[in-house]
Ligand binder design. Structure first.
Ligand code: SF4
Ligand code: SF4
Length: 110
């Protein structure tokens, strides 16, 4: 088994280029996220830069979606990023959007 088999996120990155990754503005400072990697949404919310545009892609995502990717601020990433788990509903939605196969395919009807 390769590392990528063990962690499907390493050759995916779909959820970093599908949702707006927003958070209460002070979370960025508390996590040590560089301000230039965030954008203001409103007086209360900020988001990862690049994720509120029509075709979202987080500025902190390195690599190519569906190939090899890495979060360049992994330790400082906001809670919203940590909430998405490989194989959950949000993950599967993002993967589908990017044309990647589901991690938990539905069983075939008999
Ligand atoms: S969409 Fe799923 S598999 Fe892909 S990076 Fe996000 S959590 Fe990981
Ligand atoms: S901060 Fe990292 S984990 Fe979160 S959306 Fe950006 S690249 Fe993905």
């Amino acid at each position: 088994m390769t590392t990528h088999d063990a962690n499907p996120c390493l050759d995916c990155g779909a959820c970093c280029a599908y949702f707006r990754i927003s958070f209460y503005w002070s979370e960025a400072e508390a996590n040590g996220l560089p301000p230039e990697l965030t954008e203001k949404v409103n007086p209360w919310l900020s988001c990862m830069a690049g994720t509120s545009q029509r075709r979202p892609r987080c500025i902190a995502l390195g690599g190519e979606i569906g190939q090899t990717v890495a979060c360049t601020v992994y330790a400082q990433r906001p809670e919203a990023c940590r909430e998405v788990q490989a194989g959950d509903e949000k993950c599967e939605r993002a993967r589908l959007h990017h044309g990647l196969p589901p991690l938990n395919p539905l069983p075939q009807a008999a």
